[in-house]
Design a protein around this ligand. Structure first.
Ligand code: ADP
Length: 403
């Protein structure tokens, strides 16, 4: 069956078109083929970059994608274009799977319907950068392609194994259940993939893995045997490590001070924390590449943003090493984790006392799936491209076959 997987990041839209054998459950590398992939980066700017890749051919273009709905439209146009030969018509699709973030009272893998969209909309305030574009894209597609099932694989599903001791906030307990105020955890598809792929590469099912997904959104996840035991993202995707423009961990008692000082309403301050904070709030730059360049040129705010980001990752890394009783492997993924040699080196520096030691040359050369730990390092260090779309494609297939 052919499944299109749509992955909407905070500023990006990526898709992959898969052909999967009709067999249920887990990995089946022989029965899986990616037919095409593409995407749009820097959505919201007047020079968004789009690409499509299929049959060994790639085309890059600069387009204007004002929002995620425009980006989804572009993708559908490309796949149904005979020049690419990917789909004769869109009705060839068995389903479109979405790497969805969260819905009130719903997790796991579900067919998209009105009830589910409303449950997602109920979380718009909690996930303002993610849920509104997802709901908009899902509504657009259910109008344009009413015969194709839409499937939501929720990011929170993978973290259902996190114990209550790491899930419950120290608030009056009744609030946790009544208002769904818990550390749900996110980036589930990415961490699930890293857990599975690391086990495949090292041929061990019992590994203690710390997955560092560092990108526009960032989170760390502690796993044993591929099961999540902790995730740095909390009730909302704004928490944990500072993100490109979202705040990260923050003390709610600062809110009245900021409201009084700025004269802004609670909604306005929350919007600032969700769109004008994080690395951008500190440095004035939204993209880590720009922050690294500005820091190298001596911009103090850029250097501070880098230091804060690195310290936040090390904070969770230390916590998860204690929670797991040491790690077998630390994996770096996401746009920053895969590409920034500077950030990887800084995160792992001076951790010899924990058995973590970088091979500086290997780190500089690490691309794709590559180890960069020193020979005497007790903990293996890897870079690894994540594959969230493959996880969603498999989950979508399993849901269709189970129904
Ligand atoms: P998203 O969370 O939006 O899907 P990605 O995982 O694609 O984002 O990561 C995007 C981020 O990765 C960019 O904002 C940029 O900061 C960072 N990045 C990409 N390439 C590099 C690079 N070569 N060096 C440093 N950072 C990079």
């Amino acid at each position: 069956m052919k499944i299109l997987v749509a992955n909407l990041g905070s500023t990006s839209f990526k898709y992959k078109l898969y052909e999967l054998a009709d067999t249920q459950g887990g990995a089946n590398p022989q029965g899986e083929r990616m037919v095409a992939k593409g995407g749009v980066e820097r959505i919201g700017s007047d020079s968004s970059k789009a690409f499509v890749e299929a049959n060994g051919r790639r085309e890059d273009m600069v387009i204007e994608a004002r929002d995620h709905a425009a980006a989804v439209n572009l993708c559908l146009g490309q796949l149904a274009n005979p020049a690419w030969g990917c789909l004769k018509t869109t009705s060839e699709l068995a389903a479109i799977g979405f790497k969805a973030v969260m819905a009130r009272g719903i997790s796991g893998v579900r067919l998209v319907n009105d009830l589910l969209l409303r449950a997602m909309e109920d979380c718009n305030e909690i996930a303002p950068a993610h849920n509104p574009p997802y709901v908009a894209a899902m509504r657009l597609l259910s109008q344009k392609l009413p015969d194709i099932p839409l499937v939501a694989a929720f990011e929170t599903g993978f973290h259902q194994t996190i114990p209550d001791s790491r899930k419950i906030y120290a608030i009056p307990l009744a609030w946790s259940e009544a208002y769904c105020v818990k550390r749900w955890g996110f980036h589930g598809a990415s961490h699930r993939y890293i857990g599975q792929r690391t086990a495949e590469i090292l041929n061990r099912q019992d590994l203690k893995v710390i997955s560092c997904h560092l990108g526009g959104s960032s989170s760390l996840c502690a796993m044993i045997g591929g099961k999540s035991l902790a995730n740095s993202l909390g009730m909302s995707p704004q928490s944990g490590i500072p993100h490109n423009n979202r705040v990260g961990d923050f003390d709610p008692f600062a809110l009245p001070l900021i409201m009084r000082g700025t004269g802004k309403t609670l909604e306005q301050v929350l919007a600032d924390l969700a769109t004008r904070s994080g690395l951008e709030g500190i440095s004035g730059h939204n993209d880590l590449r720009d922050i690294e360049m500005a820091s190298a040129k001596g911009e103090p705010r850029a250097k501070l943003a880098l230091d804060i980001f690195i310290e936040a990752v090390r904070h969770y890394l230390g916590s998860y090493l204690v929670a797991l009783g040491g790690a077998d492997v630390i994996v770096f993924t996401g746009g920053i984790g895969e590409n920034s040699t500077l950030v990887r080196e800084a995160i792992c520096s001076n951790l010899g006392f924990l058995g973590i030691s970088v091979d500086a040359k290997a780190n500089l050369g690490a691309k794709g799936e590559a180890a960069f730990h020193a020979q005497d390092s007790k903990v293996e260090l890897w870079t690894m491209p994540t594959n969230e779309e493959l996880m969603v494609a498999r989950q979508t297939r399993d849901l269709l076959l189970a129904n």
